[in-house]
Design a protein around this ligand. Sequence first.
Ligand SMILES: [Zn+2]
Length: 287
Amino acid sequence: MDYIDPHIHMISRVTDDYHRMAQCGCAAISEPAFWAGFDRGSVEGFRDYFRHLTEVEPKRAAQFNIKHYSWLCINAKEAENVSLSREVIAMIPEFLNRPGVLGIGEIGLNKNTKNEATIFQEHVDLAMKTDELILIHTPHLEDKYMGTRMIIDMLKGDSRVKPERVLIDHVEEHTVRHALDNGFWCAMTLYPTTKCTPARAADIIEMVGTERIMANSAGDWGKSDPLAVPELIQEMKRRGHPEASIKKLVYDNPLAFWRQSQRWQEWPTESVKAEAPVAKGKKAVAV
Ligand SMILES: [Zn+2]
């Protein structure tokens, strides 16, 4: 089954991972800007990182016919440095019109501090002024419940924010309903041990259904599995979920959310792909 991984940090993965993802049916991914394993020293470090996200990774993904999209921001961990964060936020518009950029993310909270909240709101302000989608990181473990509530309160406090243009990521059993009931999209992050396992994600789907929800692998510097979405597909098949609901979760929903981006370009349909080389009398090319 073709699938989309809407949150994976390919900068931290080897090329063999792209190969294996393609073999498992990965059609497209999106890569949010995040922490690099160390705090960067200047705005130039972020400028180079954004070039990596918008130039290097799309080319690496294309070798395996995987479409690569990205999100731009300074992550919540480095947002503790308010002056650097403001320099990065001022520089982001240089990159917003690049092909494949879907919006602002992953912004959010890490330890739920005042500085993180300030920079979160300044990112939201940028997204509203530039009409961008937003992808949100919610904190881990013991900080998640409080952090998710703080984030949703801040979003609801800004009358410009349309919930259907915001995705709240890393939801778990105790936060998923709060995100959905307030009209946001949400995503479950599948990790082998911490966060949500494929089995727990299948339980959550059985609780809340398949509207405005998706799943991703995060695939980052930590112990993670870039094939976690195919694992969830297997788990749901094993439990007897219909093929159409699995496809909605792992393909139709991420695509429906992404399609709201102002720069979105439709993918050629299967019939166009099949006919084009014949009609033009040219050799088939990968799209
Ligand atoms: Zn992430």
